[in-house]
Design a protein around this ligand. Structure first.
Ligand code: NAP
Length: 282
């Protein structure tokens, strides 16, 4: 079994992006800029935002962190996003989810112009993905595709099974695999015969959010298994959706948690931001 090293791959990508970011700065006279909006004090979100800002700075991007209190009004939050949308130094805008109750996340996200939507959540970018017309793609599924590509794992003609159908992971993941000529099955909580379907997968992507949900008897001998899940086990340790020990005896390739898809998500956020900045030169 080959362990897919997301941490090392992400570091290599960040180094490549640092070169692109420096070239952008030389041409435009400014750094590629990412604005991160954090509303409220969700501890996990605070860690994610801190990591994103650190990664930006290490790759030579400029970050603009905006912290709003949990009781901020919809109008105030919207006004900030509109200000960032008009700011020429900001090439990407990210609103950290989930938002506190009372805020209309969809309305806030809709105020981010598609060209600055580095999370790839806008209707325009999702539409482009569905039509295989480029656009900015959600960072986590994009990171999975990058891992498959860099490990030279072919997708064309292979049966990919995606477990999970969220708008931010499962659905864009399925569309990316379809665009890469895989034959794709999407499973969810109402799927009947999940074990048998998973066992048919050449490439199995788990994006459920339940520790050890994918067991060895759900995996075909030699399958590629990508674990997107991030949960906490009984001891509070970070773990994925896949029973790593057992599945490593069956899979040909497997991502660990931590150190698999997670670091790729941040690398893809930087990639989307650098690409958004580069587009402003055209
Ligand atoms: P989500 O919105 O909660 O979606 C979970 C999906 O799993 C849903 O589609 C759900 O089906 C499906 N599901 C739940 N129970 C199931 C079951 N018994 N059988 C089959 N499918 C089942 O979560 P998400 O945002 O997509 O995230 C999924 C996981 O990835 C989470 O652990 C999250 O923390 C992690 N994640 C990691 C990264 C990263 O950077 N590594 C980024 C994003 C997310 P229904 O639609 O029918 O409810």
């Amino acid at each position: 079994m080959t362990l897919i090293d997301g941490k090392g791959t992400a570091a290599a990508i960040r180094a490549e992006l640092a070169v692109r970011a420096a070239a952008f700065e030389q041409k435009s006279g400014k750094k590629a800029g990412l604005a991160v909006v954090l509303i409220g004090n969700n501890p996990a979100s605070q860690i994610y935002v801190r990591n994103k800002i650190k990664a930006c700075e290490e790759a030579g991007l400029r970050s603009f962190a905006h912290y709003l209190p949990a009781d901020v009004s919809q109008e105030e939050a919207l006004a900030l996003i509109c200000k960032l949308a008009a700011d020429g130094d900001v090439h990407g805008i990210l609103v950290q989810l989930p938002l506190p109750r009372g805020l209309d996340a969809a309305a806030l996200l809709a105020a981010i112009p598609a060209e600055k939507d580095v999370d790839g959540f806008s209707a325009e970018n999702i539409g482009k993905l569905a039509k295989n017309e480029g656009g900015t793609v959600a960072c986590t599924p994009l990171g999975v595709m990058e891992l498959l590509h860099r490990y030279r794992i072919p997708t064309a003609g292979r049966h990919a099974v995606v477990v999970g159908r969220s708008n931010i992971v499962g659905k864009p993941m399925a569309m990316l695999l379809l665009n890469a000529d895989a034959t794709v099955t999407v499973c969810h909580s109402k799927t009947v015969g999940l074990k048998e379907i998973c066992k048919e997968a050449d490439i199995l992507i788990a994006a459920v959010g339940k520790p050890k949900f994918i067991t060895a008897d759900m995996v075909k001998e030699g399958a590629v298994v990508i674990d997107v899940g991030t949960s906490r086990d009984e001891e509070g340790k970070l773990c994925g959706d896949v029973d790593f020990e057992a599945v490593s005896g069956v899979a040909s390739y497997l991502t660990p948690v931590p150190g698999g898809v997670g670091p790729m998500t941040i690398a893809m956020l930087l990639k989307n931001t650098v690409a958004a900045a580069e587009r402003t030169l055209k």
